[in-house]
Ligand binder design. Structure first.
Ligand SMILES: N[C@@H](CCC(=O)N[C@@H](CS)C(=O)NCC(=O)O)C(=O)O
Length: 270
């Protein structure tokens, strides 16, 4: 029995859906946790994931948290083409990408997503529910500072301290990807791997926010070609687009487009 707890716009959940699909594994049950309405703070869910984050995988009653660990687990536990390269060097590169996502790019994505879109969505909760939503985040959540960061970003938007450095760091990762993709077809080497699975949600997030100008028009041609290859994969739309409710897809597009001039200015594209 395989169950996935997930959300439509969660980059970490999309990563796991992508890995499952590429492995040819279909969960028996999908549980939708609306993290923009605070369903991650439900005491029942906290028993599964005490950090109040998605995704969580439950396999025959065993709970596996942390999307990178889940993807490695899915690769090891199920038959199907391996998503880990045979070559030890490519495997090491793959794990460096996974580590970079966990340590830097994912926290940066939370900040970019909230400052450019999700802050507007959670404000619809109204002041009382918003305060409850913000104070419910556990001390150990997306990061150990996420509770404070989320509050600052929701309240201050692009005026939040450090937000510009975060956005520049996110952009810097696109340049790191460009450098790697100049060397080989996929991020870790000549074969598609968990590195590509790990990075796709972060490029797709920018795409859904209407910020593809960060790599199109000749800015990062290897990233553009790589993302086009990924978008043409059969698993892409089900893993990345179809679980995102229409209203949320539209919000990402609309609020993202409104924020694009600020992002462009911050990364020096004007
Ligand atoms: N390190 C965790 C991070 C998971 C995470 O940050 N999930 C986000 C969605 S992508 C979440 O559930 N956020 C809930 C919140 O912000 O309260 C993983 O890789 O699984």
């Amino acid at each position: 029995m395989l169950e996935l707890y997930h959300h439509g716009s969660s980059v970490c959940a999309a990563k796991v859906r992508f890995a499952l699909a590429e492995k040819g594994v279909v969960p028996d049950e999908m549980h939708y946790i609306d993290i923009l309405k605070g369903e991650q703070f439900d005491p029942g869910y906290l028993k599964i994931n005490p950090k109040a984050v998605v995704p969580a995988l439950v396999h025959d009653g065993n709970i596996i948290n942390e999307s990178t660990v889940i993807c490695e687990y899915v690769n090891d536990a199920f038959d199907g083409a391996s998503l880990v390269p045979d070559d030890p060097l490519a495997r090491a590169r793959m794990r460096i990408w996974e580590k970079a996502v966990d340590e830097q790019l994912h926290p940066a994505c939370g900040e970019l997503t909230f400052v450019s879109c999700h802050r507007h969505i959670v404000m619809r909760l109204g002041e009382e529910k918003l305060r409850e939503f913000l104070s419910s985040t556990p001390d150990q959540s997306v990061t150990s500072t996420w509770k404070k960061r989320k509050q600052e970003i929701v309240r201050l938007g692009f005026e939040a301290p450090g937000i510009e450095d975060t956005i520049r760091m996110y952009d810097g990762y696109l340049f790191k990807m460009e450098a790697a993709l100049k060397q080989h077809e996929w991020l870790a080497g000549e074969t598609f791997s968990l590195a590509d699975i790990a990075l796709t949600p972060y490029v797709n997030r920018l795409d859904m926010l209407n910020m593809s100008g960060m790599w199109t028009d000749g800015r990062l041609p290897h990233v553009e070609a790589w993302f086009n290859r990924i978008k043409s994969m059969e698993s892409f739309a089900p893993a990345f687009l179809e679980w995102c409710p229409e209203e949320l897809t539209n919000d990402l597009k609309t609020f993202g487009a409104q924020s694009w001039p600020d992002v462009k200015r911050i990364i020096g594209m004007n």
